[in-house]
Design a protein. Structure first.
Length: 67
């Protein structure tokens, strides 16, 4: 889902694998692992997607860059 943010371009969630996929400006895509569905829902509804990412996701979950 596209986001109206300068920090996070889009977000997707795989509920079966608990993976949050985020696309950042410039086309970089990362999978964040073992993320609860509520975190994805809160990200989508946050007033500031970038602020939410920095407070609740960055540094809290393991991640890998998607080629």
């Amino acid at each position: 889902m596209a986001l109206d943010s300068t920090c996070v371009v889009s977000a997707g969630y795989d509920a079966r694998r608990h993976v949050l996929e985020l696309e950042f400006p410039g086309g970089r895509v990362y999978d964040y692992l073992a993320v609860q569905e509520s975190v994805h829902e809160e990200l989508l509804s946050a007033d500031s997607h970038g602020r939410y990412f920095n407070r609740r996701i960055r540094g809290h979950f393991d991640f890998r860059r998607v080629a």
